[in-house]
Design a protein around this ligand. Structure first.
Ligand code: SF4
Ligand SMILES: [Zn+2]
Length: 137
């Protein structure tokens, strides 16, 4: 996305804390809604950046909206909310046991390896030996 609009963002010239403090959130909303010429662009960029985040992980005011309001819009658009960051860690969801990814995770974290994961890894290695790839595993 073209980011030239950011140069026109009113908040660039203000104290960023205004957008992140409960005490000043009403002021922040007013600035966004009444003064900022790029609110639409800001909203789309923010929703994109926050894609998949839980309501509680959408911090501060953006485009005149609270995190809860942005989460509601995302939900209306059919986005699936994930668990809050911290309850699962950032990034992709964990691979389930019985896959090579889970096996590799166990090894990486020094976890005990269960039979399902050991079998999945053995099968993938055997595949690799015969086909030169594990794609499809
Ligand atoms: S609408 Fe977005 S870019 Fe404009 S002032 Fe508010 S937070 Fe900043
Ligand atoms: Zn496992």
């Amino acid at each position: 996305m073209d980011r030239d609009w950011e140069l026109l963002a009113i908040c660039r010239h203000e104290d960023p804390d205004i957008w992140f403090s409960k005490r000043t959130c009403t002021l922040a909303k007013k600035i966004c809604l009444n003064q900022c010429p790029v609110r639409e662009e800001c909203l789309e960029a923010t929703l994109l950046r926050e894609q998949g985040l839980a309501r509680t992980d959408r911090a501060g005011i953006a485009a005149g909206l609270t995190g809860a309001q942005r989460a509601a819009i995302a939900k209306d658009r059919g986005e699936k909310p994930k668990l809050p960051v911290g309850s699962r860690g950032p990034g992709r969801p964990l691979a389930r046991c019985g896959t090579r990814s889970a096996y590799q995770r166990h090894m990486r974290l020094g976890e005990p390896v269960d039979d399902a994961c050991r079998a999945a890894n053995a099968a993938a290695s055997k595949d690799y030996a015969t086909t030169g790839t594990t794609v499809g595993r």
